[in-house]
Write a protein that binds this ligand. Structure first.
Ligand SMILES: [Zn+2]
Length: 347
């Protein structure tokens, strides 16, 4: 492991764009599959590792749906959530805004109250036992249409779990225009939630403008096409509207052809607040530390530069001010210690 890789592995981090079901690692899936022996998912760790080896986007969808099929009751939800936090703790992730899609579970018959209780129980346990602070973004699965939007807004606003901070919109963008979701975002924003839709991942900058104008986005999920519109890039930089960049995911979904062509450099150079995230890490064969290593390479960053990326995520998060100060101070202390040690003359 290079010095920079070791620095990244130990760096305290926050993650802002990572999906609940999409974070189920082979280890977690094996535990869920063991609870439901009738499922098609292998329980043997070796077979499971092969099952999970990322091949292409169609394979990702297949794996994703088979994991969705394993989440059948509130205990599955609790187990998944807590174990995701355990995987985060290993990567020194201190805080994560986890994108959760309650509609996928309520549609399958898990009562909304039981679903919310399960994630909240896991959140409290992760905080006290693992030192990982989870917060929720409830997102609309865009492909499921306005009924899903109404149900997501209802659960978010009526049940309003303590850990819920934001309201999102995911799923395919092509053929799913953003403005139709405005009434549901209006309701969530009126209830005090932050607006964080996916936009401009597989469509042009017009979708990002729609997310800003109609959904009042405070952060943009992906925003990959933003650099195609210099006026938009300048607007994002001027108003400090962060982008949640997920490099490996963009390659996996073919939103970007190669990492070398990834627009993160253009975003960064334009002064946009760039955050680095993993999206659906095990399903794309990555994790947050890998994404930081990729970002360091694409942006030509040293340890100080990588620490700045980590602090961008803290700034762009919906933590309260004291929590932001604490995590920023932890990052600074770690960075000072590490870079100090690295420049010490040999004893
Ligand atoms: Zn996403």
């Amino acid at each position: 492991m290079s010095d920079l890789d070791a620095f990244i592995a130990g760096l305290p981090k926050a993650e802002l764009h990572v999906h609940h079901v999409g974070s189920a690692s082979p280890r977690i899936v094996a535990e869920l599959a063991a609870r439901h022996p009738d499922s098609a998912v292998p329980t043997d760790p070796e077979a499971l590792a092969d099952y999970f080896t990322f091949r292409d986007f169609a394979h990702f969808v297949e794996v994703y749906l088979s994991v969705v099929d394993l989440i059948r009751d509130a205990e599955d939800v609790r187990l998944l959530t807590y174990e995701v936090a355990r995987d985060m703790a290993r990567q020194q992730i201190r805080y994560a805004e986890l994108t959760v899609t309650p509609f996928s579970s309520t549609r399958r018959g898990i009562p909304d109250v039981a679903f919310v209780e399960a994630i909240e129980d896991a959140r409290k346990a992760a905080e006290s036992e693992l030192g990982v602070f989870l917060r929720w973004c409830f997102d609309i699965p865009g492909e499921a249409g306005l009924a899903a939007a109404a149900e997501t807004a209802r659960i978010a606003c009526d049940l309003r779990p303590e850990g819920l901070v934001s309201f999102g919109l995911g799923g395919p963008e092509i053929g799913v225009p953003r403005p139709q979701f405005k009434p549901y975002f209006d309701r969530a924003i009126a209830a005090g939630l932050h607006s964080v839709p996916h936009a401009g991942e597989t469509t042009g900058p017009g979708t990002i403008w729609d997310a800003l104008d109609d959904l009042r986005a405070e952060r943009i999920g992906h925003g990959t096409s933003a650099p195609q519109d210099p006026k938009l890039l300048a607007h994002l930089a001027e108003h400090r509207i962060p982008l949640e960049v997920c490099p490996t995911s963009n390659i996996a979904t073919r939103a970007v052809r190669t990492l070398e062509e990834h627009p993160v450099r253009a975003m960064f150079d334009a002064g946009v607040l760039v955050t680095i995230n993993s999206d659906d890490p095990p399903m794309f064969g990555t994790d947050l530390n890998t994404e930081y290593r990729i970002a360091a390479r694409l942006l030509d960053l040293d340890a100080q530069g990588v620490a700045t990326l980590a602090k961008n995520a803290v700034e762009a998060s919906f933590m309260d001010a004291p929590a932001k100060s604490r995590l920023t101070a932890e990052i600074d202390t770690y960075t000072a210690t590490h870079t100090h040690t690295a420049t010490q003359p040999p004893a």
